[in-house]
Write a protein that binds this ligand. Structure first.
Ligand SMILES: [Zn+2]
Length: 131
């Protein structure tokens, strides 16, 4: 652990994903599920990426998942950080960061849970820490 917090750039919500960031501000992780084909997806979109239906609905995710792959960025950055793909219990994969742990202990397949991290002047963003 570095003890130093990385400054996280503020996301720029738009009409399509505003509910996602509103929920994040309340500590809730939302994903989208398509009522037409039943598939969940991430990043949230108005149109289902699987069947192109516009019948997508917000669902609250459990906030638990496992690390699919990761990379620790140490060189050329002010504060090291771990970028990762996390597969949620709901089956969708998010590009995110692993935080609040010893980066040397991160493993593929490791169970993780969501935490919300403040950003630089914007809504908080979901990241993951070992469960
Ligand atoms: Zn669909």
């Amino acid at each position: 652990m570095s003890g130093q917090e990385r400054k996280i750039p503020a996301p720029k919500p738009n009409a399509e994903n505003q509910p996602y960031f509103d929920a994040a501000a309340e500590g809730k992780l939302l994903i989208k599920r398509c009522a037409a084909c039943g598939e969940s997806h991430f990043y949230p979109r108005a149109i289902c990426p699987f069947c192109f239906s516009d019948r997508t609905e917000w669902r609250r995710a459990s906030g638990t998942g496992t690390i699919y792959s990761y990379s620790v960025m140490r060189r050329g950055v002010p504060v090291p950080y771990a970028i990762a793909y996390v597969t949620l219990a709901e089956g969708v994969t998010m590009l995110t960061n692993i935080v609040d742990c010893d980066f040397g202990s991160i493993r593929i397949g490791q169970p993780v849970k969501v935490v919300f991290k403040p950003t630089d002047g914007g809504p908080p963003v979901p990241m993951f820490t070992p469960a």
